[in-house]
Design a protein around this ligand. Structure first.
Ligand SMILES: Cc1ncc(COP(=O)(O)O)c(C=O)c1O
Length: 410
């Protein structure tokens, strides 16, 4: 590796980062126009439209279902809400056990807590996917019948092995696809493997609307119940696509409505983002590949290879630090932040993705998960939003290499 190219900020040098690595995507102009019109007309509530073909949310639902290849999609107000509804649909009751990744974002165990169930945490692999081996072990040990699995930061476990466990034990499988837009296993888009898939449209995600979520399924009964849980009432199911009148009439008022609907403003700014996802994916993949070519061989960094059957969206990059103590890795993060590159280590600094920090679980977080601890304590997380290009990747790589040189040689 070449030596240091310049003085770092900590040594009195000038910052060379002149871009915001974390700036989120803006909404397409046509979406802004539609959202403003909805506000001007006072048509911000999805069920104000008597006809589903006039509602941005209803149209978004149909378009997203087509994009993913599922029969139904339901717009809700967050992925957390979608997961909570999914757990209700799975029949989870107070005190039940729900299998889930130990390495995920706090919103996931929080959804399990929301339904007053207890998570059973499963280990992760060094490529940050769920360990199918530990999943099988935990299914047998706990007797849990529901799996809520995150593709954390878009990382995909060996889905053949996971699906074997799901089928063998007849698990109800909920996919948390918050980070898994246009991510594939063996050519099949994630979101098509479980009974239900949940997506987030919070601003750091592939589709971005500040807040929002989507619940997808192929099962009509699950879709029918989901829209009632989200807060459809008094026959307003007729403003959703593909519902059966008799089924809806039978279900109406038997299911609580948790007021988790998506607003027309959100629907309006999301619709035109679906067709631009493929272009954004290309930018992400190109940046990711290029940055990997610049830093991937550094002796202090390890960027694990995805499974050959997996095909990623690549909107963020994670790498393991190698031969750096946790203290040195933490100083790497601090120096990166000083240089203008906001990065984090999942397993340090009270991070919301560190299961040991989920104190609201009252002890359920105090489990022994050595592989996950090892994987999150060495994992550096870098956001790569699509306004960045190869010239920014050159600068990011230079800063990373310089900081590592400083840490190693002073
Ligand atoms: C893996 C994962 N799942 C679920 C969520 C929850 O998404 P939302 O904020 O839309 O509820 C997040 C949020 O960042 C996440 O990272």
């Amino acid at each position: 590796m070449p030596g240091r190219s310049r003085k770092l900020v900590v040594e009195g040098g000038e910052k060379i980062i002149d871009f915001n690595i974390k700036a989120f995507k803006s909404a397409p102009e046509s979406g802004i126009t539609d959202a403003v019109e909805a506000m001007r007309d006072g048509m911000m509530y999805r069920y104000q439209h008597k006809d589903k073909t006039n509602s941005h949310v209803s149209l978004f639902e149909r378009e997203f279902a087509e994009h993913l290849g599922t029969n139904y999609a339901l717009g809700v107000n967050s992925c957390g809400a979608a997961m909570f509804i999914a757990l209700n649909l799975a029949g989870v009751k107070t005190g039940d056990k729900v299998l889930s990744n130990a390495f995920t974002f706090t919103a996931v165990p929080s959804a399990i807590h929301h339904i007053r169930a207890t998570p059973v945490f499963v280990e992760s692999t060094d490529e940050w996917g769920l360990s199918a081996i530990d999943l099988e072990r935990k299914v047998v040990e706990s007797g849990a019948k529901v799996l809520l699995m995150s593709y954390m930061r878009g990382h995909v476990p060996n889905m053949d092995a996971v699906m074997e466990v799901v089928r063998k034990h007849d698990l109800f499988f909920i996919e948390d696809c918050a980070h898994a837009y246009m991510t594939y296993w063996d050519g099949i888009p994630l979101g098509n493997f479980g009974h239900i898939a949940c997506f987030s449209t919070q601003s750091s995600k592939g589709l971005s609307s500040g807040e929002g979520g989507i619940l997808c399924t192929n099962d009509q009964t699950l879709a029918a119940k989901a829209l009632l849980y989200a807060g459809s009432y008094e026959g307003r199911w007729d403003r959703h696509h593909g519902m059966d009148p008799q089924m809806m009439s039978d279900l109406q008022n038997h299911i609580p409505g948790y007021s988790m609907r998506m607003s027309e403003i959100t629907g309006a700014i999301l619709r035109p983002q679906i067709p631009r996802l493929a272009e954004i994916r290309k930018i992400h993949r190109s940046n990711h590949q290029y940055l990997e070519s610049l830093i991937g061989q550094h002796p202090n960094l390890n960027i694990p290879k995805p499974h050959p059957k997996a095909d990623y969206f690549c909107d963020t990059m994670q790498f393991h630090t190698v031969d750096l103590t946790l203290q040195k890795a933490e100083s790497f993060v601090q120096l990166m932040i000083q240089e203008g590159l906001g990065v984090q280590i999942f397993g340090s600094g009270r991070n919301a993705r560190d299961f040991r920090e989920w104190k609201y679980l009252n002890g359920a977080e105090q489990v022994n998960l050595p592989e996950t601890v090892q994987n999150i304590e060495s994992a550096v997380d870098l956001s790569l939003q699509p306004h960045l290009g190869h010239s920014e990747m050159d600068i990011i790589a230079q800063v990373i290499i310089d900081i590592l040189d400083y840490i190693n040689n002073g």
